[in-house]
Design a protein around this ligand. Sequence first.
Ligand code: PMP
Length: 424
Amino acid sequence: MSRPVQARRLEGVDKNIWVEFVKLATTYSTVNLGQGFPDFPPPEFLKEAFSRAVSGEKHMLHQYTRAFGHPPLVKILAQLFGKLLGRDLDPMTNVMVTVGAYQALFCCFQAFIDEGDEVIIIEPFFDCYEPMVKMAGGTPVYIPLRPKAPKEGKLMSSADWQLDPAELASKFSEQTKAIVLNSPNNPLGKVFSRGELELIADLCVKHDALCISDEVYEWLVYDGKEHIRIASLPGMWDRTVIIGSAGKTFSVTGWKVGWTVGSNRLLQHLRTVHQNSVYHCATAAQDAVAQGFQRELEHYGKPDSYFVQLPRELQQKRDQLVQSLVAVGMKPIIPEGTYFLVADISEFKSEVPDVPNSNEPYDSRFAKWMVKNKGVAAIPLSAFYCEAHKDNYNSFIRFCFAKDATLKAADDILQKWKLEKTAP
Ligand code: PMP
């Protein structure tokens, strides 16, 4: 017997539902509301900045730049986050640019997690946290947000999904090295309240745990909700890494520019991982993002700021999708943030029957049925839970509403579906 070719750290992390669902979407879907990316263009000022970066006089923008972040970008990020957090930030030590938020997450787990360390993950969670913790040798410890029934006749809100304080406290132990917080949360769209963040912060301080705070949807909050940064709470600056993404901030997911903001105590270790893995990310894209932030700082809080306009437009799209889904008989959970919406499909069991004792969660079977029979791609919510909890949350699917033409096409299909259902 020859020895296995793959390293032990890949055991149990080699399966990924995205491969299957992306393939299903490309094979069958007319409209893809599955994967999270906008189908509309980024703002003109950002496209112009990128064009200037690649075709202007500054030919050094085609070469390597500073490994830990192109100087104009780290400077403007330090200025913006300094303002948001109310503290002076050093662009060279408190900010590091990464290849998307994805690489920022990877750097955090590699830099902080040892064999035997536990990392608390709040469910439902952005699916890569689990394999990333495991690849670093850590043990994920899961805690689900628990849904409360909405008021009679009302749709549920993502705010109805809450942590049980005693249950959360019980997950912290001597082994806890970190908790991953994702607010606004993908897939639910939950925006954690100050009270919820204080609960998490107090436990982090009490147990000397770090907080990996994935805030990629920080500008996408609706209905006047406020995004609160956990790093601004007492005792948290020194133990939090804030993670952000230009992909979500400026609707350019393909550029893969992300960042981390935090104390030098933490970021120095992220720099070690970054230096010895990707080294740095595309200079021209960083330069354009720096110019985008420069423009946003100048228009901060004004009606023509992209950070004001984008959530306003997305909120309308959210409401449009809610209407279309309600019409067809799904029960959307109104998201307070992000560009995702989770809908309850438990009413569909007569149309798409469950298979008793099947290994596949119902929502996964339903999502496959929907893409094959209706041409609409969505993602089963159970994909955002650990193996042991998948079956407790198997009657929901996630849609992405950062779409223009796609959302209109989806509405046409859903209206037709509704007529078929109501036809005598
Ligand atoms: N975190 C969350 C919660 C996300 O939803 C995503 C993208 N879907 C990322 C991180 C990764 O962001 P990026 O594209 O900047 O790598």
